[in-house]
Design a protein. Structure first.
Lengths: 275, 377
């Protein structure tokens, strides 16, 4: 109930943006290895948050912990203002309906066609007429830029880029407010990746999504992310727009944003920038 | 609970103003569909419809789609439509999710008789292909084994030992248990039926011959087809799905040599050993039942057994074991390599592997029985 009240407040223009994901003092570990050591993170409504971190620092673990796929040892996670530890399973399932998740490798159900994959969450959660379910699935498939004839294909007949798009269509099936994207552009060619970035940006604007995006792609970070959070040593070491990242003195961030691959972006940024 | 989608209509001359309110989102589930259907009825005979989304608190693609679908239905009926000014985000949504027909290619449908005949034809051709593929595969395997003999360094000893452990050693308990029970049951039935003729001791003949010639090896083969054949199919299948087999190929390694020959040889070595254990376990089961239920003392049982069975009887069973192993291994491998991309196909091929190898094992056993009868072995 409190979540909904918050949401209504947010529809009116407010100065303090609503926090959609709030993580406090999170500790997650496997065996005697701690992955998250008191991590704090806020994601605001309507923003695209890019989440970066070196390989193996636990970006995916954090996503999976927020989604409830990995158990946490300590700390508090709230989605839409509701503490996940203090809500009933029923409320939890209501919250889960407002989330869309796109897994890194798509995680499409291999025994179902693309259209059936998109319809799966609709079929489980809603009572729609077959006509509307078909139409909405096709709409989502078209929104993510797939051709209608891809709808009746099976995942193993799709290319890598098409799998990503189909996975995004399935993540959007229930018109979620919050979308988790795990490395959406990994494995795509630069043109495909740029198209995908644009797609995410367009969808984010039209559907008013909040996007939590784990990524390594500097292009995505520069082009579509409103804010970036960087993970190292089990904590968020910096969060803010790209300028904050560029100004940070943390060695890993310096290596990441001022390395050879990043220099070209930094240059164009300073040239195009307001300064 | 979310506020259900609703609307009010206002007639003004031949125009109707439809003022929508509430949440026009998927959360309302089928309520948005029924509301959209009622919109159409509410318009009545009006010549012009104005959609006012001012009161809509939330809208998503599904709501926008349904509203636009209703609008287009009006248009086809010759009713003019327009949208009252609305929030810019609704405008974008309505533009993105405007109603359109999706051209879905229709599949051609045939009569059921046609389909039946086509299915029969397909399975006959499929069976032919299966046989052909298995033969090709056998050839490839034999060639690989041949290469291994010529160049022993290419032979994968560690892999072979590993598979012997997983196929033979780990299935000893279950094979011994099942055959012990079957031996006991056969002995019990034999004693029960034969005691009416006062020929209880002949139950030892029955047990010895039946177990050593047929049941020991047959039960072992069926168990191994289910236990190891399915495992081989699943392993090869998931390797195929994850392109591991392709990876071997491009490294210049032969998947048959690396993956299949060790498993097949392990099966061929393991199955006779397991069949021997099976024979012994079954006879032991029979001996215990004969002693407890039929009153045949163990020394008498063993004496009778020695008279009843010869070395031929014993070998007759064991000779079949390597052939059974070959059949199981070949079918399991061919089915494993036939797995395609989906999880469903993996499941289907594992089932096929088990069903086909059990069927073939029984057929091969029948052929052997005829063969041995023919040569009076």
């Amino acid at each position: 109930m409190s979540a909904r009240a918050l949401e209504r407040e947010a529809t009116a223009p407010a100065f303090a943006p609503e926090v959609v994901i709030s993580v406090r003092d999170l500790v997650v570990g496997f065996g005697d290895k701690l992955i998250m050591q008191g991590l704090d993170l806020d994601v605001y409504r309507g923003e695209v948050l890019g989440f970066v971190g070196g390989s193996g620092t636990g970006k995916s673990v954090l996503t999976r912990t927020i989604l409830g796929l990995v158990r946490k040892r300590r700390g508090q996670i709230a989605l839409f203002g509701a503490d996940l530890d203090r809500i009933s399973p029923r409320e939890r399932s209501q919250i889960e309906r407002r989330l869309g998740v796109m897994f890194q490798h798509g995680a499409l159900f291999s025994g179902l066609t693309v259209k059936q994959n998109v319809q799966m969450p609709m079929r489980e959660h809603l009572h729609l007429s077959p006509r509307l379910a078909d139409e909405l699935a096709m709409l989502k498939i078209e929104l993510v830029g797939l051709k209608p004839d891809a709808a009746d294909k099976y995942p193993d007949e799709l290319s890598g880029g098409m799998i990503k798009r189909a996975a995004l269509a399935r993540a959007l099936a229930l018109d979620p407010e919050l979308v988790f994207l795990d490395e959406p552009t990994s494995g795509l060619d630069p043109i495909g990746a740029a198209e995908f970035d644009e797609l995410i940006a367009t969808l984010q604007k039209t559907l008013g999504l909040t996007v939590f995006m784990v990524t390594h792609d500097l292009d995505s970070l520069y082009s579509i992310c409103d804010r970036i959070a960087a993970l190292a040593d089990g904590k968020v070491i910096a969060a803010g727009p790209i300028a904050t990242m560029l100004a940070s003195e943390h060695p890993w961030l310096r290596a990441y944003f001022h390395g050879k691959r990043a220099r070209q972006f930094a240059r164009s940024e300073t040239m195009d920038g307001p300064g | 609970m979310p506020e259900d989608p609703s609307f009010s209509s206002e007639q003004a001359g031949d125009a109707v103003r439809l003022s929508l309110a509430g949440h026009w989102t998927l959360e309302a589930s089928n309520a948005i569909e029924t509301s959209a259907a009622r919109l159409e009825a509410a318009a009545g005979p009006a010549q012009q419809a104005i959609f006012d989304l001012g009161g809509v608190e939330r809208l998503d693609t599904a709501g926008a789609w349904l509203i636009d679908r209703t609008r287009q239905d009006f248009l086809t009926r010759g009713v003019k439509t327009e949208f009252a000014p609305m929030r810019p985000e609704y405008d974008i949504l309505l533009r993105e999710a405007h109603y359109r027909e999706f051209a879905t290619p229709k599949r051609r449908r045939h009569s059921s008789l046609f389909n039946l005949l086509a299915d029969i034809g397909e399975s006959v051709v499929g069976a032919g292909h299966d046989l052909y593929n298995n033969m090709c595969f056998l050839g490839e395997v034999v060639a690989s084994i041949g290469r291994g003999l010529v160049q022993p360094r290419r032979f994968r000893g560690i892999s072979l030992v590993f598979h012997i452990e997983s196929i033979a050693l780990r299935s000893v308990p279950i094979i011994a248990l099942i055959n012990f029970l079957v031996g006991a049951i056969v002995a019990q039935q034999g004693i029960y039926q034969l005691q009416r003729f006062g020929a209880v001791t002949f139950s030892v003949d029955l047990l010895g011959i039946l177990i050593l010639r047929e049941l020991g090896v047959l039960l072992t083969s069926i168990m191994i087809a289910g236990r190891s054949g399915s495992a081989i199919t699943a392993e090869l299948g998931s390797m195929k799905m994850r392109e591991e087999i392709d990876a071997l190929q491009v490294m210049g390694l032969r998947p048959v040599e690396v993956l299949i020959v060790p498993r097949l040889i392990a099966l061929i070595i393991s199955l006779p050993l397991l069949a021997f254990i099976a024979d012994m376990a079954a006879i032991f089961g029979g001996l215990l039942v004969g002693w407890g239920y039929g009153g045949i003392s163990p020394p008498a049982f063993l004496d009778r057994l020695q008279e009843a069975v010869s070395l031929h009887t014993f070998l007759n069973g064991l000779i079949k074991a390597p052939f059974m192993a070959l059949v199981i291994g070949l079918i399991a491998s061919v089915e494993g390599l036939a797995v395609e991309g989906s999880a469903e196909s993996l499941g289907r091929q594992v089932t096929q592997s088990v069903v086909k190898s059990i069927f073939t094992v029984i057929v091969v056993d029948g052929l052997f029985a005829m063969f041995f009868a023919g040569i009076r072995f």
